[in-house]
Design a protein around this ligand. Structure first.
Ligand code: NAD
Length: 425
């Protein structure tokens, strides 16, 4: 019996070759042959590799990769590959970096490359005793963790610390063990998850409790990347601009509604580099937002101050769990090239660079918002997108976009009318 085309129950879908999966989806969704061919064209990511990265692959999603110029980080010039679908993100970094280049650019640092894995223990009648029982076994815990990953150990990584917390929850008291592991040039999720899974039965045995979850924490607050930079007053356009930007920061730091958007702008830059290098954008985003709320109220990831000389000083600090090995970093051909362009030789250097990009992004977003507004900068590229949506092709795109910007009405209906007029001659 064949599967009805309206059913999402497609038995064995995961076992099908990609072309047959596309056929099944085409039957379900009524895809045209051209649309199927489009899906099957996986561009510069080989279909076979895509099929190994995730499950049920039917295609790939191309996102533009742009290069941010003008970045000077710790005394070295860097070109920054950024993968994003959003206009103005790359330009924002270029602009911010240009305005601080002559003053020396960005200075970065890192707290270390430590990741935390958590083991949840429930059903312990004496949680404080259990806590100490676990802490007493630190040497055993270390041996158990380090035995999981001889490669990591050889590279100077491995177990670093053991922490145990007693947590009151709606479901009763829990004993939460943290293993702190140096994962060197790996993001480390798989590495620490393996350790946590191995350790869990031992913890249950030492305490008489029941272990449940065994998984890393994305609040990687032992892996903080930091960047700072001073923008000279003259380079940014004077006191009125500086004070407008400071006021924007004060607003963001005081109000979660504003902070969410402020930090989203920062993540525009950060996620674009994380993605371009084949790293896990969600892991970095989760860490960033959790860190922004660590004091009980969601606030700005950046800080802005005025120096004694009257210049504008920006700083950022956030968890940055990225790697040069592991996940898709070493597999995705574009990610490999992006890392080569960046020229970073350690996960730490990558993390620090990404923090600098986040700070640059925030500078530009605040400056645009506090002066001309964000739309002016957005409009040229946005107008091109709107022109394409209206059906403009080739040279028409630029011509229609120019008219939309000149008219100050970047709308699809106006674009359609302009395109019609253009084609009518
Ligand atoms: P991985 O397990 O693929 O690679 C890490 C391993 O590579 C290390 O354990 C080590 O044995 C080896 N290695 C070789 N050279 C190394 C070096 N120079 N430095 C460090 N290790 C080296 O990857 P991973 O980094 O453990 O895990 C990353 C992946 O886990 C990502 O794809 C991520 O999306 C995924 N993941 C994330 C989460 C989460 O964030 N919550 C959860 C599960 C999985």
């Amino acid at each position: 019996m064949s599967t009805p085309a309206s059913s999402s129950r497609i038995a064995g879908f995961h076992k099908l070759p990609i072309a047959e999966r596309v056929e099944a989806v085409a039957r379900f969704a009524g895809l045209e042959p051209g649309e199927c061919a489009h899906l099957l064209d996986t561009g510069n990511l080989p279909a076979e590799l895509a099929d190994h990265l995730i499950e049920n692959v039917v295609g790939t999603m191309n996102i533009p990769v742009g290069i941010a110029t003008n970045m000077r980080i710790d005394g070295e010039d860097r070109l920054i590959p950024m993968a994003t679908e959003e206009s103005s993100v790359v330009a924002a970094v270029c602009n911010a970096a240009r305005q601080c280049y002559d003053a020396g650019g960005f200075v970065t640092s890192m707290s270390g490359t430590l990741m935390i894995a958590q083991i949840q223990l429930t059903g312990v009648s004496d949680p404080q005793l259990a806590r100490l029982r676990i802490l007493e076994r630190k040497a055993e815990v270390q041996a158990s963790c380090d035995a999981c990953d001889p490669v990591l150990l050889q590279l100077g990584g491995g177990f670093r610390d053991l922490e145990v917390r007693v947590l009151e929850t709606r479901g009763g008291t829990m004993v939460i063990t943290h293993i702190v592991v140096d994962t060197r040039d790996a993001m480390g999720a798989n590495a620490v998850n393996t350790m946590a899974e191995k350790l869990a039965p031992q913890i249950a045995g030492w305490t008489g409790g029941r272990t449940n979850l065994r998984i890393l924490s994305n609040l990687a607050d032992r892996r903080l990347a930091r960047a700072r930079c001073v923008w000279p007053l003259a380079a940014i356009g004077g006191e009125a601009v500086r004070d407008g930007m400071l006021s924007a920061y004060h607003f963001a730091d005081a109000d979660p509604y504003r902070a969410a958007t402020h930090n989203k702008g920062i993540m525009n830059g950060i996620s674009a580099v994380v993605l371009a290098t084949g790293n896990d954008t969600r892991a970095v985003e989760a860490g960033a937002h959790a860190y922004a709320a660590r004091n009980g109220r969601y606030a700005s990831l950046t800080h802005w101050e005025v120096t004694a000389e009257g210049d504008l000083a920006g700083s950022i600090e956030l968890p940055m769990a990225v790697g040069l090995v592991g996940g898709a970093t070493k597999l995705h051909p574009t990610a490999k090239i992006a890392l080569k362009v960046l020229g970073v030789r350690s996960a730490e250097a990558l993390a620090r660079t990404i923090a600098a990009v986040g700070l640059a992004q925030n500078f530009s977003a605040m400056k645009a918002l506090a002066t001309t507004g964000i739309q002016k900068g957005h409009m040229a590229l946005h107008a091109q997108n709107i022109a394409m949506m209206a059906g403009a092709l080739g040279e028409e795109i630029e011509r229609v976009a120019r008219v939309l910007v000149a008219k100050g009405t970047v709308r699809i209906d106006v674009a359609e009318a302009e395109l019609k007029a253009l084609r009518a001659g």
